[in-house]
Design a protein around this ligand. Structure first.
Ligand SMILES: Nc1ncnc2c1ncn2[C@@H]1O[C@H](COP(=O)(O)OP(=O)(O)OP(=O)(O)O)[C@@H](O)[C@H]1O
Length: 225
């Protein structure tokens, strides 16, 4: 049997990105395997969200490479990258954005449809159950509380069984108890799917001693004009 625990899900090599004439970011390399969690910490403006966008292929680096599940994102066309992202990367964005005119269940269906995958009803049902929101399945997302919407967002990110789940500041608006609960939910969801998890945050409450930590700050350099 293949040992999934040693499969690298995320690998980066000398990633560099600059926004026009703004400062540029040089990122230390990342090697992340299945079932591992990495917290990306750093000051505001230090390039955390930029890193997440590079790992998701929303941005392409000026130099360096990103491999997700062994595939180099820069070697794909835009359409291939979008499709690859839909199938391999689940993202919980800072703001919960849903199709507002349809139900929670239809939002999950849409995530599968957009990735060109069949909708696995059993898996989707289990996810809602695991996240404690199965009773909200036929509700419109905007009628749910922020915490419930965030769980829908996690379920949607996992519906296509991605190898990598990324969450951007998932706990910034939460109190201590709920912040820890959301992180535990993300970790549990990833471990039951054998996915790797990356959490971008400046919330130190949620980081424990056994977690892997990646700091963005020290590698920011002025951009040559
Ligand atoms: N689309 C953009 N165009 C130009 N500059 C940008 C753009 N997006 C981000 N930046 C700049 O790049 C820097 C890093 O932004 P980024 O969002 O990656 O930081 P961050 O560490 O996630 O910050 P925060 O913790 O405040 O969310 C910031 O100075 C920001 O102003």
């Amino acid at each position: 049997m293949k040992d999934n625990s040693t499969t690298l899900i995320v690998q980066t090599d000398a990633l560099k990105y600059a926004y026009h004439h703004e400062s540029s970011f040089l990122y230390r390399d990342i090697h992340l395997a299945r079932n591992q969690t990495l917290f990306v910490l750093g000051k505001s403006g230090s390039g955390k969200t930029t890193l997440l966008n590079l790992l998701a292929g929303f941005l392409l680096p000026q130099s360096g490479s990103v491999w997700i599940a062994g595939e180099n994102l820069a070697r794909m066309s835009q359409a291939q990258r979008d499709r690859f992202r839909g199938r391999n990367i689940g993202i919980v964005f800072q703001k919960n954005i849903f199709l507002s005119s349809v139900t929670v269940w239809q939002n999950l269906q849409w995530a599968a449809y957009a990735a060109g995958l069949p909708f696995d009803k059993e898996h989707a049902g289990r996810l809602l159950e695991q996240l404690g929101i199965q009773s909200k399945s036929s509700k419109k997302p905007h009628t749910l509380s922020q915490g419930e919407q965030q769980r829908v967002s996690i379920a949607r990110a996992l519906v296509n069984r991605p190898a990598l789940l990324m969450a951007d500041e998932p706990t910034s608006a939460l109190d201590d108890e709920n912040a820890l609960e959301v992180i535990q939910l993300l970790k549990n969801a990833c471990s039951s799917h054998e996915a790797a998890l990356i959490v971008v945050t400046h919330d130190r409450r949620i980081v424990s001693s056994e977690d892997l930590i990646y700091y963005t700050t020290p590698f920011q350099t002025p951009s040559p004009q």
